[in-house]
Design a protein around this ligand. Structure first.
Ligand code: HEM
Length: 487
């Protein structure tokens, strides 16, 4: 039958395919399986099936909002606590009132003009990073992933909670970050064989530790909301948008619990993703680590491994921005850097997948023939492995693994087919922080280019990736020398 057209990955009784994805980087294992099984295949874990889509044609179908919508999936749902208000990211359905209210209030708050209003905060934190690199001198091995994590974390904390984590001035991390890492670590562990087995043991205290971490984060967030209510300001930041914003449909404000759920959501969703982008590329690596932080890491890795792209990026910054202070207006005139970031997220989507399912609100749709021959049923979860689909030779030609920012610029970019690039998700549940992340990553890159000549600290470093929920470069160090004339 059409159901059986979908290849099943050979596994073991009971555990199913647990060992097929027991890679240090599970998403890489999932992408590699597509080389054997093709653009759609089926995995089984303890009797539960999950479908994987890994080519462009089928990804485009999964992005059709008339037929499919987001399935929050097991990993994300684990981040919810029973009886609690739902943050945007983990809400199991877009029909729930918590999601709808926060979505209607927050979409405008993340629009282009409000995001420009917080440019000074982003500039402030990026300046701290630049000063630190300058003072450490050119012999210092910059831990790229860690420093971009500091950057994105401090930026989102300042913009959404009006709080300075001061991560550039301390060796350890702010206690809020430690708590968040307990939460994310447990979530990703719970998806691996070791974690699943551990959770069956009577002495496993994961739930208790996660509960304590959540309480700690919620209390900090709640105190910040209460403080702002008691000491109102006219700042145009995300905290005020949440406190003052009115739902255009119902006229209601968000209550404190819904605000705090979304505050912690932004912290989690808003730092891992961007820092990774700023640090990678080149070898065949993919995972689900921290997308924002890591956009930066992945980008610098790619640039340093491809010298001509590094020089082109530097030339653009010198020509457009020069040595004066970077402003928000400069950012729209940086097409090459924009291409670098897009190409980075094509090869290393820091949020490496999202899960889709047949819309239950369409009473007629119970079964759907993907690609005209693969039967998917209502309730099936389909993991879209975008790191693989975004390297489809049908779209990207014979060199889909090559880092070529040009293919993500101007006409070439505009002419890409629908769903060729889905790094920020799709439809109603697409990334709300896209403009925020983009402004932050572009600004950080431009400021680094203005100030420094960069080199790999280990000349022959090959990209290593680490995965929690998102992916990030591991063990990646650079050296930075102040450019002539920079003071
Ligand atoms: C959703 C990627 C930065 C907040 C998403 C989704 C993706 C994504 C793929 C969809 C997930 C799904 O369908 O399950 C990224 C990447 C980023 C980034 C690659 C950086 C390079 C940010 C930032 C924020 C943010 C900076 C907040 C300030 C969110 C939220 C959602 C989301 C709240 C859930 C939206 C909803 O379901 O209504 N992101 N993100 N993200 N992102 Fe981002």
């Amino acid at each position: 039958s059409a159901r059986n057209n979908i290849p099943a990955v050979a596994g073991y009784p009971i555990v199913g395919n647990v060992f097929n994805v027991n890679d240090e980087v599970p998403v890489r294992a999932i992408e590699n399986l597509a080389d054997t099984y093709g653009g759609i295949y089926k995995l089984r874990f303890f009797g539960r099936e999950i479908f994987v889509v890994a080519n462009h044609e089928l990804l485009e179908e999964m992005c059709d909002e008339k037929r499919f919508w987001k399935a929050a999936g097991e990993a994300l749902e684990k981040l919810n606590r029973p009886g609690e208000r739902l943050g945007l990211f983990t809400a199991p359905s877009e029909e729930l009132p918590d999601w709808q209210q926060a979505h209607r209030i927050l979409v405008p708050a993340f629009g282009p003009l409000p995001v420009q209003d917080i440019f000074p905060e982003m500039h402030d934190i990026a300046t701290q990073m630049i000063l630190k690199w300058a003072r450490q001198g050119s012999d210092f091995r910059i831990p790229v992933t860690l420093d971009f994590t500091r950057l994105t974390l401090d930026t989102i904390a300042l913009c959404s909670m009006d709080t300075r984590f001061n991560s550039f001035y301390r060796e350890d991390m702010h206690p809020f970050v430690d708590a968040m890492n307990v939460l994310l670590g447990a979530t990703s562990e719970s998806l691996r064989a070791g974690g699943i087995i551990k959770s069956m043991m009577p002495w496993d205290d994961t739930l208790k530790r996660v509960g304590a971490a959540r309480d700690f984060m919620d209390n900090i967030a709640m105190d910040l909301v209460k403080y702002r209510r008691a000491h109102p300001t006219d700042k145009r930041d995300l905290l005020n948008a949440m406190i003052n914003g009115k739902d255009p449909k119902t006229g209601l404000h968000m209550d404190d619990k819904l605000i705090t759920s979304n505050m912690t959501t932004f912290l989690v969703a808003g730092h891992e993703t961007t820092s990774g982008l700023l640090s990678t590329q080149t070898s065949r690596v993919t995972e689900m680590d921290r997308s924002l932080t890591h956009i930066a890491g992945f980008a610098f890795y790619a640039l340093l491994k491809n010298r001509h792209t590094y020089l082109a990026a530097q030339e653009e910054v010198d020509r457009v921005v020069g040595r004066g202070q970077l402003t928000a207006e400069h950012l729209k005139d940086l097409p090459y850097l924009t291409g670098v970031l897009r190409e980075t997220l094509r090869l290393h989507p820091t949020a490496p997948g999202f899960v889709r399912t047949i819309r239950p609100d369409n009473p007629n749709e119970f079964e759907y023939l993907a690609g005209g021959k693969y039967a998917l049923r209502r309730g099936d979860n389909v993991l879209c492995a975008i790191g693989k689909a975004q390297r489809d030779p049908e779209v990207y030609g014979p060199d889909p693994d090559a880092f070529r920012p040009e293919r993500m610029m101007g006409k070439a970019y505009e002419e890409l087919p629908n769903s060729a690039w889905q790094a920020f998700g799709t439809g109603a549940r697409a990334c709300i922080g896209r403009g925020f992340a983009w402004q932050e990553a572009l600004a950080a890159m431009a400021m680094v280019f203005q100030s420094f000549e960069l080199v790999l600290a280990d000349e022959d470093y090959q990209l290593k990736i680490k995965q929690t929920l998102t992916i990030k470069p591991d063990d990646f160090y650079m050296r930075a020398t102040l450019r002539e004339g920079v003071t």
